[in-house]
Write a protein that binds this ligand. Structure first.
Ligand code: DGJ
Length: 726
């Protein structure tokens, strides 16, 4: 990072424009005032015009408790060493720094009375329309202070018909889309799991400023808190013409004592603005993730894999591993992942009530150990991956017997135990535990550098608040220090092992967040692999995360989570819209089913760059209530596209809308080819060419059912079309 410009407020007073290619935030600071925001929107506006029209606003970027804009909620609150709870911030310095492909604007504010410094950062990307903001609080005094609230950012939104979109779910039912108008009062979205933060409410939201959320139109703001721990997002609506959005670490039970000279940095809040509705916001986030290091994989291709979990659960042995490797190779896949159940010596991991922490191969199941598995993978020409849960232990484990003081629990109290009645969370605030967690990776990857993939799981929340490592007067640091340590662990792993693919899994999608994804290559969307419910979950997930990050697997029927029987084609057509994989026992598939999957995998390989790196256009929402969902991916040069169409329910003589495509070049002609075809006759559009304009204005009529022999008829209908420009 190098500094371009440094000015003290005495030499500089005025406005700063924080700019991305299309958007800008305008800030201003006056002598004796805190930093204030005047505008967030397209770059076309000038402050002069905004002021002359009364369209600018004037709010603190970080309303401080006690002194600033007291009608608003505070974004920051500090208790000084003498007990005073007020902050009166004034800007004393401004610096512009260059950092890679971004400009970082740093505003330094100082309390008028006490030696507390608050640095507020705005990082504007030069190639993507995303601005990150965060804050650093520095204790410049001689005695400790206590941080009581420490939001990453605050954003005023002019009232009108403003709608909030957020995701709400649960285990096996993640990321349901919730859309609601903002009304008077305070709406709070928060998570207090302690270890994971995306199962129930997600730390990402959108605001549609021009009425009911639209995919393609309307001013829309997206916000993602890049943090893996507890958080609180608040939208406070007052009679002052504005909604006030605040995002930050949840301060509940997290008061943070800052010793003299210490500083505390909040997580980044990533903001994006688009006039192309929610679709525009999603594409901005996806591009930012893939090109600015917010998803470790970036634009690296995601392999097609078979994961052993739903096919075998804990029933792992060498013969079954070999068989699965052989099967995925025969099907055209590239990677095999051995899930839970492979470890434990004194306590073999046969069900979920023991062994976490004992990361030694169970040689009763796998006599040739990992070398044997790598040998078999090599023989079959597939890569090999392995499941671990490094932050966890069972109280039935050799690890716990040796180190009962390594688990999270309040000193002197009995531990609350989770999954299997014995699972506990390791106390990552303890450096010895950090070293242990690192050693799990290090042992596997340094001994067996051929391991290509790690599935990093986390199946327990923090169930009892307390650290046996932290001193009693710092117990409230646990929620924060746990996640700081988790990030440091990720950084340490990535510094030594930049190339291994790591999946972010937490009982499904519990850790899909931009705090962790810079170190992970993809995430497991949900333990629910039902073709139908995945459409809803992947839809919500796609609001913020790119397809390349979404692990999406073909599984058996009846589905193990909802017991629904969907057709194999339907399951394939859904799984193919993300990073395709399989989660099934191939041995139980018929030859016809295998042949179909082989074809699907081979077609996926051809279109995978479009799905994994293309721009997403959501065309018709499953939440619209008319039994249809459709989306498409378009390559950057608009030469290639892949169109997905899924009927959600079949009712006789019930019609679903015809879908207009989006994102194509109106002047190009696209030849249509159906993928994963099961019909006896090709579609009328097969092999024909249509202009992008026609496809976007009129679209293609999709038959409601499949033209198959009578004994193959069922009530599931879906289509995947490949479009290639001439
Ligand atoms: C939860 C994960 O989400 C599953 O995919 C599987 O890995 C199990 N844990 C294993 O215990």
């Amino acid at each position: 990072m190098f500094v371009l410009l440094t000015m003290s407020i005495a030499a500089w007073e005025g406005n700063v424009s924080i700019e991305t290619p299309q958007t800008q935030i305008i800030l201003h600071a006056k002598e004796g005032q805190d930093l204030r925001m005047a505008y967030y929107g397209l770059r076309t506006a000038t402050l002069g015009e905004l002021k002359a029209s009364g369209c600018d606003f004037d709010f603190s970027v970080l309303p401080a408790f006690g002194t600033v804009d007291m009608v608003q909620l505070p974004a920051i609150q500090v208790q000084h060493s003498d007990g005073d709870l007020n902050l009166e911030l004034q800007v004393v310095n401004y610096e512009l720094q260059k950092e890679g492909k971004a400009d970082v604007h740093l505003f330094t504010m100082q309390d008028k009375l006490m030696p507390v410094t608050v640095k507020t950062f705005y990082k504007a990307y030069r190639e993507v329309d995303v601005i990150e903001t965060w804050t650093e609080i520095v204790n410049g005094g001689k005695r400790a202070i206590t941080l009581k609230r420490f939001d990453s950012g605050h954003l005023p939104l002019r009232q009108g018909d403003v709608w909030l979109t957020h995701l709400h779910g649960d285990w096996a039912a993640e990321t349901n889309v919730v859309q609601e108008p903002l009304t008077l009062g305070c709406k709070v979205i928060r998570n207090t799991d302690g270890a994971r933060n995306a199962h129930i409410d997600a730390p990402e939201v959108m605001f549609s400023l021009d009425g009911h959320p639209s995919e393609n139109h309307g001013r829309t703001i997206g916000a993602a808190l890049c943090w893996s721990g507890n958080y609180e997002l608040r939208i406070n609506t007052l009679l002052n013409k504005f909604h006030h959005f605040y995002a930050g670490i949840d301060p509940q039970s997290s008061e943070y004592v800052l010793d003299p000279k210490e500083s505390f940095a909040t997580p980044h809040l990533a903001l994006t603005y688009s006039e192309q509705g929610m679709g525009g916001v999603s594409r901005n986030f996806h591009r930012w993730a893939r090109t600015q290091g917010k998803l470790h994989r970036g634009n690296g291709v995601g392999d097609i894999l078979l994961n052993s979990w739903e096919g075998l659960y804990f029933d792992i042995n060498e013969e079954r591993m070999l068989q699965m490797m052989d099967d995925i190779k025969q099907l055209g896949g590239e990677l095999f992942v051995m899930d839970d159940g492979w470890f434990g010596d004194k306590y073999p991991r046969d069900i979920d009530n023991s062994s976490l922490g004992d990361w030694v191969v169970d040689t009763r199941k796998l006599p040739d150990g990992i070398p044997g598995l790598l040998r078999d993978a090599k023989k079959n020409g597939v890569k090999f991956g392995i499941w671990i849960e490094p932050e966890m232990a069972n109280t039935v484990s050799e690890l716990y017997e040796a180190h009962p003081d390594w688990i999270i629990k309040a000193p002197g109290r009995e531990p609350v135990q989770g999954r299997g009645g014995t699972q506990v969370v390791l106390d990552l605030t303890n450096p010895k535990v950090q070293d242990f967690a690192f050693s799990i990776f290090d042992n596997l990857l340094s001994n067996y550098p051929e391991i290509a993939y790690i599935k990093w799981d986390a199946n327990a929340p923090v169930m009892n608040h307390g650290s046996q490592y932290l001193p009693m007067d710092e117990q409230s640091h646990l929620y924060i220090k746990y996640h700081e340590a988790l990030i440091q662990l990720c950084q340490r792993i990535r510094a030594k092992y930049p190339d291994v693919i790591i999946q972010d899994c937490a009982s499904g999608g519990g850790r899909a967040n931009y705090g962790l994804l810079p170190y992970f290559d993809e995430f497991w969307v949900s333990d629910n692999t039902d073709g139908l419910q995945r459409i809803y979950m992947q839809w919500g997930t796609s609001y913020f995360f790119p397809a390349i990050a979404m692990a999406s697997h073909i599984s058996a029927v009846p589905n193990h989570a909802v017991f629904r029987t969907t057709s194999l084609k339907y399951r394939c057509d859904v799984a193919m819209s993300g990073r395709l994989g399989m989660e099934i026992q191939p041995k139980n598939m018929t030859d016809d089913e295998k042949a179909f999957c082989r074809q699907v995998i081979s077609d996926y390989k051809r279109v995978r760059p479009v799905i994994q790196f293309g721009d997403l256009y959501r065309l018709h929402s499953p939440y619209a209530g008319d039994n249809l969902a459709s989306l498409m991916y378009v390559s950057k040069d608009k030469q290639q596209a892949v169109f997905f169409w899924w009927k959600l329910e079949t009712l006789k003589n019930q019609h679903v809308p015809r879908i207009k495509m989006a994102g194509l070049d109106p002047d190009k002609y696209y030849t249509v080819r159906e993928l994963n075809r099961i019909d006896n006759k090709p579609l009328p559009c097969e092999g024909k060419s249509y202009s992008g304009a026609f496809l976007m204005q009129t679209g293609l009529e999709m038959p409601y059912t499949h033209d198959v022999d009578y004994n193959k008829l069922n009530d599931w209908a879906s289509r995947v079309l490949q479009l290639t420009a001439e």
